[in-house]
Ligand binder design. Sequence first.
Ligand SMILES: *Cc1c(COP(=O)(O)O)cnc(C)c1O
Length: 379
Amino acid sequence: MDKRIYLCLAHMSGKEQDFIKEAFDTNWVVPLGPNVNAFEEELKHFVGRNKEVVALSAGTAAIHLALIQLGVQAGDEVICQSFTFCASANPVNYQGATPVFVDSEEDTWNMSPTLLEEAVRDRIAKTGKKPKAIIPVHLYGMPAKIDEICAIAARYDIPVLEDAAEALGSEFMGRKCGTFGQFGVLSFNGNKMITTSGGGALIVPNEEAKKKTMFYATQAREPFPYYQHEKIGYNYRMSNICAGIGRGQMTVLNEHIAHHRRIHELYKLAFADVDGIELKSNPDERFNANYWLSTILIDKNVTGFDYEELRIALDAKGIETRPLWKPMHLQPIFANSPRYVDGTAEKLFNRGLCIPAGPCVTDEDAAYIVREIKKCMKK
Ligand SMILES: *Cc1c(COP(=O)(O)O)cnc(C)c1O
């Protein structure tokens, strides 16, 4: 094969340029405008539950603005899922607060409700105050055990900030990920379910929270004719050009999700009879992952290779793969953060690999990838 198969390439519907052209034609080349409003409306309709949505410059910015609205300040603690991309936890540090890392459970690879409760209790006992927020993640688009997590959060009256950056379209019991917590985060970076070339959104509970989010996202300007500032603000709004790309992408979002699920299904059939390779799938019928990336666990004792040996072998065959996220509690930058871990995320990290899944991966590509993996095993 001479083409290279990437993990998750952006895929355009063709309509993006029409929305961008319209923005140019009407001179809305600014960080607000008709595309931003329409994109927000479409997202609001997509996620449902009467939520409001604010389009922002990045998913990371969305997490930051949610933490600000939850009152997270220097000296506070925020509970974070350890098994994730660094952007889930970094904004906690922007606020001068401390992330407290909680390990994953095996069913979903996401925040363990058992360890979460242990962490909440222990932090209260040790510091005399409650963590300010809980940030579970729906990693690789697999819904976390969000019902149990929200129940624990409610018991201790701690708000939940759901990181659904990888989980646009994923559902738990028929309800979209990102709508369970007080706030939900989406990302439209280049390799996510849809792209705006770079961007994100905050799902908020009501119109008031939407106004507040927009206030902080546009330099916290007070309602005076001159520029009056009483709070520290940010420049986090999405541009009308990027939102134009988003509107084009919304026309193919459901197709993208269906495609990711279809590729996962092809892998599932193909790996069913392969010992030593375990494809991650929905643990039961309550979970409906978007399968943003398909992921496998490798049992080296059976296959004879580990994830890194497989990654290098597939790379030589034109197939891009990637190790699973390295847990935050193992990152040098977070060496001093408190942690409640039982080794689950570390074990997954040491055994796993992400394999291509995006809209540009064809059925033949999937078959080729499986064939190449099986060939490695015969050696
Ligand atoms: C991509 C991602 C983010 C951040 O989104 P950006 O739009 O890249 O800032 C946050 N959390 C997770 C889990 C992500 O994968």
